[in-house]
Design a protein around this ligand. Structure first.
Ligand SMILES: NC(=O)c1ccc[n+]([C@@H]2O[C@H](COP(=O)([O-])OP(=O)(O)OC[C@H]3O[C@@H](n4cnc5c(N)ncnc54)[C@H](O)[C@@H]3O)[C@@H](O)[C@H]2O)c1
Length: 273
């Protein structure tokens, strides 16, 4: 549970807030007393999410916004800052995959359509750029703020069970977070990322329930299970909150130990049975 002392009255924006980790972040911040603006391209989903939070007594507003539309993102961020007087914390979390991995038909580098590549990069990388830039402009002008990006362990190493554009986009996300942290530190704007391993949300599709896929994932997690949204949210909230005032440019892994498992095997890779 997030600490009310650090969240009460803070103005928070969450992208990709209609489901999964984004909804968990919005819930966590709202329950700790923050004024939460939820944004998503899923209009019904984000309205339902905001309704759930307000019914729970929280101050929450839904915004329909597709992060691939730079003008729409700028309008959203400027509107939030104007409506609530400032923007303290932005969780830039919207993301997609939906493209086969190299282990699946159509996902090999030899076959991958450029359109599938672009679709993921548009959201995960270009969408993040729009959000980072718009939030940075507001936060620099107001004299500080905190931005927390949802990266992925797939951005920290090669991962055969994840698609090319997802791995490439999340690798670029890590670089973007570090670069922005460097520039914005002197303005009092912190930029950090949480890098989850496999978490059971919509983006993971049938992963944990698909016997062909689940066993490989399971074997790669020392703690022996997929993560849940509740495994990720407390770490993300801590990094974003004023408790972490001297932390910027960090990419914090939350993955049940998967990324410390160095005994990798090439068994089962394409061309290497
Ligand atoms: N679930 C995992 O295993 C996992 C692991 C590491 C990182 N992540 C990252 O966590 C973040 C959240 O994903 P999730 O796992 O909660 O999945 P999810 O599918 O439940 O949530 C993603 C949300 O983003 C929204 N979204 C997608 N494209 C958008 C766009 N163009 N504009 C606005 N909103 C958009 C979706 O509508 C959805 O509500 C993503 O950045 C994802 O890459 C997830």
């Amino acid at each position: 549970m997030a600490d009310n002392e650090h969240w009460e009255g803070r103005v928070v924006l969450v992208t990709g807030a209609a489901s999964g980790i984004g909804l968990g972040l919005a819930r966590g911040a709202a329950r700790a007393g923050a004024v939460v603006h939820l944004a998503d391209r899923d209009a019904d989903g984000v309205r339902d999410a905001a309704y759930e939070l307000t019914a729970d007594g929280a101050r929450a507003t839904a915004h329909v916004c597709d992060v691939t539309n730079g003008d729409a993102v700028r309008r959203l961020v400027d509107h939030v800052a104007a409506a609530s007087g400032r923007l303290d914390t932005a969780f830039l979390n919207a993301g997609v995959n939906g493209v086969p991995s190299m282990m699946q038909p159509g996902g090999s580098l030899l076959d991958l359509p450029f359109e599938a590549w672009r679709r993921v990069l548009d959201v995960n990388l270009d969408g993040l750029f729009h959000g980072l830039q718009a939030c940075a402009r507001v936060m620099v002008a107001q004299g500080g703020g905190s931005i927390l990006v949802t990266a992925s362990t797939a951005g920290l190493r090669a991962e055969p069970r994840v698609s090319y554009p997802y791995v490439a986009s999340k690798s670029a996300v890590v670089g973007l977070v570090r670069q922005a942290a460097l520039e914005l530190a002197g303005y009092g704007v912190r930029v950090n990322a949480v890098a989850p391993g496999p978490v059971t949300t919509n983006i993971a599709g049938p992963g944990p329930r698909d016997p062909a896929n689940a066993a490989g994932w399971q074997a790669s997690i020392p703690m022996g299970r997929w993560g849940s949204v509740d495994d990720v949210v407390p770490t993300a909230l801590l990094l974003a909150s004023p408790e972490s005032l001297w932390t910027t440019g960090s990419v914090h892994v939350v993955d049940g130990g998967a990324s410390v498992l160095t005994q990798l095997t090439a068994d089962g890779l394409p061309g290497n049975p």
